[in-house]
Design a protein around this ligand. Structure first.
Ligand code: NI
Length: 175
């Protein structure tokens, strides 16, 4: 297996975080390496989800691991994911994002979703996601369509957060 590499996580605002990503045409060695790198980058951050565009790869792929801290890791790779069903019941979670560090805000989404996707072997799956898995999967799928969790907040709040991130990026560039 090739060695994993940490990828740089883009910070909002960045035009690449606002674009609709392309479907993965073929699940090949390059995609598998990308998925492994994304998992490594996510665990290193640390976070529970990471999507292609967050590392500058404009492809429909994301990784999540929502296992409890004390439980064994549960890495998942979702390629060309699509929602095939969502519950009418909603759930509100405090969401965060590796591209919007240290900001947490409540977002309301369907409590349960079913998603079809390809795994790292190109095998098709359809799984139901609940609890934190449902939130993370929907949050990451949004990334593939150029949508950030702050897009669900008020315009004023979003502008405030964006200004904070611009400042953060300037500070980091100075380091
Ligand atoms: Ni995110």
């Amino acid at each position: 297996m090739p060695r994993m590499t940490l990828r740089k996580i883009l910070i909002h605002p960045d035009p690449r975080l606002k674009k609709v990503c392309e479907r993965v045409a073929e699940v090949d060695a390059e995609i598998r390496k990308l998925a492994d790198d994304m998992l490594e980058t996510m665990y290193d951050a640390p976070g529970v989800g990471l999507a292609g565009p967050q590392v500058g790869v404009m492809k429909r792929i994301f990784v999540i691991d929502c296992a409890d801290k004390d439980a064994a890791p549960d890495p998942m790779i979702l390629i060309n994911p699509e929602i095939t069903w969502e519950s009418e019941e909603l759930n509100t979670y405090e969401e965060g994002c590796l591209s919007i560090p240290e900001i947490y805000e409540p977002v309301t989404r369907p409590e349960l979703v079913r998603m079809s996707y390809l795994d790292a072997d190109g095998k098709k799956h359809e799984d139901e996601f609940d609890a934190l898995y449902a939130t993370a999967a929907q949050h990451e799928l949004d990334h593939l369509d150029g949508v950030l969790f702050i897009d669900y907040l008020s315009k004023m709040k979003r502008a405030m957060i964006t200004n904070k991130m611009k400042k953060l990026k300037k500070e980091r560039a100075r380091d």
